[in-house]
Ligand binder design. Structure first.
Ligand code: SAH
Ligand code: SF4
Length: 348
């Protein structure tokens, strides 16, 4: 049976016919408010509710196991019909909640430092599967008294390789009658797919964009982020410039810091060069350990605190704005780059 979570209000009007359009729009609102079954839609008639429940379900995913970290982060496994995806609730010091959701099951990019990348790629997630991750995370937030007001597409997968479904999900999530998360509160992180960046600029929605640069020295970057070979940094920079021009937004450059690998002075200089001409802030992410990942024959390691500080200092000296990402969720392997089914391939 078809699940309705992945359809916009206007699509529901069409799909739910002969239900009157205003009632189809009510169904849309109910789904966003988190009702679990048609029975809960109290402004529909009994007969209508029965008809609908024979034809449709509301959701296609389930809330599977959740792990809570001491720092307030919750990592949720969301069961899909054929696999699992992970979504994370992040809570900042002020108690504000952010949902981090996945866009694919696995990831085809295969970055050397990322657990998801080491799993291979299973499939793109559908719009409804992304919307439902937000619903699940909101529910967990509500249980904790955390309002989930922000969204980052930084879980498993490369969102710009699934742009069609991402766009559909974003429309539903941004609809004030739907989940009502404003465009400015949604950030999409990409490993640097030029065509996708340009398409997002041209066709919207103009979500906030973060680019996972990690190294601005092309040789090292291409070894770490294999998709770089098809998306040279010069072209990525042009695409980011185009996005910036089109949207008027500041862009985030994410840099995963790998101890002893990309934290030196040359790296900092290359990063400053890359950022020149862009309105950008660099977000440093000290590498979160993933067991078993090796690069060029050696185990990857976290940067020391001093190494991170020194690198930040070098960037700042060059006039760059630098922030550091909190290391949230590491106690439950729910931090950046630690997401993935635990072993032996996707469950079920
Ligand atoms: N595929 C997209 C979005 C998901 S990854 C992308 O790569 O941007 C989200 C972020 O986590 C990226 O910035 C990525 O570089 C970072 N990341 C991946 N593995 C990591 C790890 N082990 N430790 C810290 N950050 C990691
Ligand atoms: Fe995919 Fe992003 Fe992980 Fe790279 S860092 S493998 S692009 S999820």
């Amino acid at each position: 049976m078809r699940a309705l979570s992945g359809y916009s209000a206007e699509e529901l009007v069409r799909i739910l016919a002969p239900l009157p359009p205003y009632k189809a729009r009510e169904v849309f609102k109910w789904i966003a408010r988190g009702v679990r079954d048609f029975e809960g839609m109290t402004n529909l008639g009994k007969q209508e509710r029965e008809d609908l429940s024979r034809r449709f379900t509301l959701r296609s995913t389930g809330r599977d196991s959740a792990l809570a970290d001491r720092d307030g982060t919750v990592k949720l496994r969301v069961s899909l019909r054929d696999a699992a995806a992970e979504a994370v609730l992040l809570r900042d010091k002020e108690g504000r909640g952010t949902a981090c959701i996945s866009s694919q099951a696995g990831c085809p990019v295969g970055c050397a430092f990322c657990k998801t990348g080491s799993l291979g790629f299973l499939r793109n997630l559908e719009a409804g599967e992304m919307v439902e991750q937000v619903l699940h995370i909101r529910e967990i937030g509500a249980e904790q008294g955390t309002e989930v007001s922000h969204l980052v597409v930084m879980g498993m997968g490369e969102p710009l390789l699934n742009l069609g479904e991402l766009r559909r999900a974003a429309e539903i999530i941004m609809d004030p009658q739907g989940l009502g998360v404003s465009r400015r509160r949604i950030t999409v992180s990409t490993s640097g797919i030029c065509a996708g960046i340009r398409e997002l600029a041209d066709s919207g929605p103009h979500l906030r964009l973060a680019f996972s640069l990690t190294s601005a020295r092309e040789e090292l970057r291409n070894a770490l982020v294999p998709i770089g070979r098809d998306n040279p940094l010069k072209q990525v920079k042009e695409a980011l410039g185009y996005y910036q021009q089109t949207t008027g937004q500041r862009i985030t450059l994410e840099a995963v810091l790998l101890g002893g690998l990309n934290t030196g002075a040359e790296e900092a200089a290359a990063m400053r060069d890359f950022a020149r001409g862009l309105d950008a802030v660099v977000n440093l992410i000290p590498w979160n350990p993933v067991e078993g990942l090796r690069f060029r024959g050696r185990a990857l390691r976290e940067p020391s605190g001093a190494e991170t500080e020194a690198f930040a200092g070098l960037l700042r000296q060059g006039g760059l704005a630098v922030t550091r990402r909190f290391r949230r969720g590491r106690g439950v392997s729910g931090a950046c780059g630690q997401l993935g089914w635990t072993s032996g391939g996707p469950p079920r």
